[in-house]
Design a binder for this molecule. Sequence first.
Ligand SMILES: Cc1cc2nc3c(=O)[nH]c(=O)nc-3n(C[C@H](O)[C@H](O)[C@H](O)COP(=O)(O)OP(=O)(O)OC[C@H]3O[C@@H](n4cnc5c(N)ncnc54)[C@H](O)[C@@H]3O)c2cc1C
Length: 413
Amino acid sequence: MMLGLMLARRGVPVTVLEAHHDFDRDFRGDTLHPAILEIIDQLDLSDKLHAIPHVKWTGPSLVVNGQVVARIDFGRLKTPFPYVMIVAQERFLELLAAEAAESPHFRLVMGAKVQELIEHDGTITGVRYRESGTDQWHEVHATLTVGADGRFSRVRHLAGIEPQILSKPMELLWFRLARRDGDAAKFDSVDALLRRKPLAVLNAADGSAAGFIRRGNRILMIAFNRIDHWQVAYIYPPGSYHELKAAGLDAFRQSVAALEPEFAPHLATLVDWSALSPLSVAFSRCRSWHRPGLLLIGDAAHVMTPAAGAGIKYAIEDAVEAANLLAAPLLTGTLNQQHLASVQRRREWPTRVMQRLASIQQRNLFTSLADRDVAQRPPGVPLILRFLLRIPWLRDLPARFIAFGVRRVRVRG
Ligand SMILES: Cc1cc2nc3c(=O)[nH]c(=O)nc-3n(C[C@H](O)[C@H](O)[C@H](O)COP(=O)(O)OP(=O)(O)OC[C@H]3O[C@@H](n4cnc5c(N)ncnc54)[C@H](O)[C@@H]3O)c2cc1C
């Protein structure tokens, strides 16, 4: 959607095909990092974005025995947007779609499930899609086909490009709990939360808490305040899903209530295992992100696990660099394979660095989850990071890296 918006604004005719009839997808994050908020500002959409209900998150504090021992603080970064915005991705995508629709060059087709590539002499020249719920097939012919269809990318598969798996999967149950009256008093004050000794507090820009992390026996639970509900990630050691499911829903509810006793009443609404989405996500990356006439971006090119918490940032930055590099050759009809390769060259290095660091973090987390000792030591936080966070002139490096990566991406043209 971001690439479609940017290309259409530059006068390139674009058709965006979306398999679903809406943008409401449960299995992806809702975070917009400072780098993305700067990009949105460069697109003149900042006011409209900030008008959507959101939470401003300034980073986690690590807590030991109720005391903050280290903090990653986006609030100190030199940027007009020193926070990660937590905003429903559905609303964000609706905003981009509405803005793109202002351009006569933009067309969005919802319920359009891409099923086949059209190929001539080794060059991809478009796609065939099926209208969802019908047997009607349509073709779209294009100079460039972009596979931005996520981690199970059909386009990638059809193009014969296989991602290399770079890590063990991160496995989690992803579910929602409705916020209840009284939650604000118990969970939204950092002091009140600290008294209950979580492993980490997620800080909001207004000084309140935007969520918390708890650790139990081989489990890590992260609860994000999403205004009217809690989005909960229940992370367990890879390979133990069947054990968890066999123990049953009651045992699961008890396990969550043991981690956070105040959630006991909330759990009454979890009456069916189907309310819990088991997700298994491994880091992966394609060796080549392109073929003649085709480019992969976002998760289709490189999957980030939730441990990175940055898949949206990297997907949007791919789109921005693709628009920066490809708009002119698309407009002049001079697009060639070198242009597509230049997008991968520009984006692969920052992606590699993030995947490498986040997979170390994820490995530490797994090691810690395999350990049955539930002592209050922070899991998966490398010593070096805890050390960095204590030195004044180094302490903002982790926040800066999470916020911007190895280089800032800007909208050009
Ligand atoms: C549980 C979980 C939590 C996460 N939390 C975070 C987080 O907090 N922060 C963060 O930055 N990232 C997070 N991520 C990662 C993030 O969601 C992804 O990296 C990001 O959404 C990738 O964007 P994308 O546009 O490449 O793909 P997607 O967001 O997956 O979008 C792909 C789109 O393509 C459509 N599509 C798929 N197949 C077809 C087809 N055949 N035809 C037409 N359309 C199709 C899909 O319907 C979808 O709308 C999380 C991921 C998971 C699984």
